[in-house]
Design a protein around this ligand. Structure first.
Ligand code: HEC
Ligand code: HEC
Ligand code: HEC
Length: 147
């Protein structure tokens, strides 16, 4: 059962609801009732558009961390695509700059040729040369298991 204080509050609530209903029927808030759903729809549309833009690029345009000292000059949003190919199947590209390695791989000579790296993209490079770990991170990881 409700005690008397609760009863008063419930009655006050009922009266407020009745008044709101009356206001709505009399059209006093018609303009307001119309504009809120419209605003909400526009807001949702903006969010959907923003998310769509991000996923269309295949990547969040925010770096996961600073690059190693050897690649220091490539920090900043202008150089992301030097190493990354964005899109539905994002890949790494390293050999466009490291033509010395590309040449040795092509000739089947040197350390890297012994790794039998898949052709087509350079994703495998990051197994031993990780990035975005700060400038003092050793870019070369000796993978003794593979040697
Ligand atoms: C010097 C080459 C290089 C540049 C320039 C570069 N990245 Fe990367 N990025 C890498 C490598 C290598 C990896 C893979 C790291 C790994 O797997 O350890 C990576 C990984 C990533 C990842 C995935 C992180 C994860 O945890 O899987 C994102 C996101 C990314 N980079 C975004 C960016 C953005 C944004 C920029 C530009 C601001 C950028 N990168 C510039 C080399 C680079
Ligand atoms: C825009 C050109 C460019 C791209 C793209 C690039 N690098 Fe480099 N990289 C450099 C330069 C410049 C250096 C420093 C000079 C040098 O050693 O040749 C370097 C150095 C290195 C070194 C030697 C580091 C050391 O301490 O001796 C490694 C390993 C390396 N890069 C791996 C990669 C990998 C893996 C990728 C792809 C994720 C990549 N690089 C993409 C330009 C590039
Ligand atoms: C299984 C591990 C491994 C993989 C995968 C690998 N590397 Fe290396 N990389 C090494 C090691 C170890 C060294 C250091 C030995 C040396 O200097 O020759 C090195 C050295 C380098 C250097 C600097 C030394 C030099 O010869 O100029 C570059 C640049 C480089 N790697 C680029 C790449 C690129 C690009 C890829 C992908 C196509 C790649 N590496 C894949 C292990 C790896």
């Amino acid at each position: 059962m409700l005690n008397s204080r609760q009863g008063v509050r419930v009655r006050a609530l009922q009266e407020r609801m009745a008044r709101a209903l009356q206001d709505q029927r009399s059209g006093r808030f018609r303009r307001r009732a119309f504009s809120w759903p419209l605003l909400r729809a526009l807001f949702l549309l903006a969010i959907v558009a923003a998310v769509g833009c991000l996923s269309a690029r295949g990547f969040a345009p925010i770096s996961p961390g600073p690059l190693s000292r050897a690649h220091e000059s490539l920090n900043g949003a202008l150089h992301c695509t030097d190493c990354h190919r964005f899109g539905s199947a994002a890949t790494l590209k390293c050999l466009s700059c490291h033509t010395e390695i590309a040449g040795r791989l092509g000739a089947g000579k040197g350390l890297h040729a012994t790794y039998k790296l898949p052709k087509g993209n350079d994703n495998a490079c990051s197994k031993c040369h990780s990035e975005h770990n700060g400038e003092d991170f050793a870019l070369i990881k000796w993978d003794t298991q593979d040697l």
